[in-house]
Design a protein around this ligand. Structure first.
Ligand SMILES: C[S@@+](CC[C@H](N)C(=O)[O-])C[C@H]1O[C@@H](n2cnc3c(N)ncnc32)[C@H](O)[C@@H]1O
Length: 153
């Protein structure tokens, strides 16, 4: 974890905590984001037994449908307000299999081979190039043998 990575994560936190309303009420509702959500969901193809992780989950564009289809979903994001909105939506949808974790994804630690599906949409670009590579390597170790990942950006 470099000073550059830490600085970028705190910049993301400040930026996204301020944008939670415009993101969750306008951007997510737009046609391109609905298409992205549907495409990622189709690629991810979650099974009812899958334990899923969404990196940079935001207000839950992908995490909420994942939780509806899979055994569990963990939403990871550096911005607490984004995850607070996601948690409220999960309660409204009566999803009790969705957890949130406020964390810089570059510092996320999960048990090896503990996850069936990892997704991320429009979030990995915030990491420095080397940080992306390191995260992908670590994410690979969290997946059970034969599991899937869907990481469009
Ligand atoms: C463009 S939004 C996308 C949110 C969501 N994936 C979606 O598709 O609607 C980017 C999200 O990534 C989060 N993020 C950015 N850098 C992060 C980091 N280093 N660790 C965890 N989350 C991060 C931001 O807080 C923000 O919620």
């Amino acid at each position: 974890m470099t000073a550059t990575s830490r600085r970028r994560a705190s910049q993301q936190l400040a930026a996204w905590d301020d944008r939670v309303l415009s993101w969750s009420e306008q951007v997510e509702a737009s046609e391109p984001f609905a298409r992205a959500r549907d495409t990622i969901f189709e690629l991810a193809d979650p099974r009812p037994t899958d334990r899923c992780v969404d990196l940079g989950a935001g207000a839950g564009l992908i995490t909420l449908p994942l939780a509806q289809a899979a055994a569990s979903a963990l939403a990871v994001d550096v911005a607490p307000m984004m995850l607070a909105t996601l948690a409220r939506r999960a309660r409204e949808e009566r999803l009790d299999n969705l957890d949130t974790r406020v964390c810089d994804m570059a510092r996320l630690s999960l048990e090896p081979a503990s996850v069936d599906l990892i997704v991320s949409n429009y979030a990995l670009h915030s990491l420095p190039h080397r940080g992306k590579q390191q995260l992908l390597e670590r994410a690979h170790s969290w997946l059970r043998p034969g599991a899937a990942s869907s990481l469009p950006t």
